[in-house]
Design a protein around this ligand. Structure first.
Ligand SMILES: [Zn+2]
Length: 157
């Protein structure tokens, strides 16, 4: 709200719900844009949303597509075996595969990711994003803050 009043962001979409202060009422914004152009970072943020986008919402073990709520993350090399929480060691996985794999190395359970996980470029992510219907990604925006939280402490395996 402060950023809106300061003029550093503009409202793109609004919720129906209103919020009020002692002096005024306004509709709760849902999507904002920054008024100042920020040069594109060369590497995409390592976020939940971007990992799912890279993996096309597909479990990297069974290959099936899942809705966001049914997907989770897997450390290919488990943390207990020194695996890091990075682009190169995190893949999208369904809950069933994630549980089956547990704390095992791919070689120990014969579960190898369909695609070797790696850091995508911004352009790759943008190209993937264009393959999804606008409404689908808009859904993701509803959880934008949640999605944008770094993965570090969230993964179980
Ligand atoms: Zn799976």
């Amino acid at each position: 709200m402060k950023a809106i009043f300061r003029g550093t962001v503009s409202v793109v979409y609004e919720h129906e719900r209103e919020v009020s202060s002692p002096s005024q009422r306004m509709k709760l914004p849902s999507v904002l844009v920054l008024n100042e152009y920020i040069p594109e970072k060369r590497t995409p943020a390592f976020t939940r949303f971007n990992v799912f986008l890279r993996d096309h919402w597909r479990c990297q073990y069974c290959g099936d597509k899942f809705r966001t709520q049914a997907l989770t993350f897997d450390h290919v090399v488990p943390r207990s075996k020194g695996g890091e929480t990075t682009w190169k060691n995190i893949v999208a996985a369904c809950q069933k595969c994630n549980a089956t794999k547990g704390n095992k190395l791919p070689s120990e359970c014969h579960m190898h990711p369909l695609h070797e996980p790696r850091q995508p470029s911004i352009h790759e992510l943008q190209a993937y994003a264009q393959k999804f219907p606008p409404h689908f990604l808009h859904k993701g925006w509803e959880d934008f803050l949640y999605w944008d939280s770094e993965l570090e402490d969230e993964c179980v395996h």
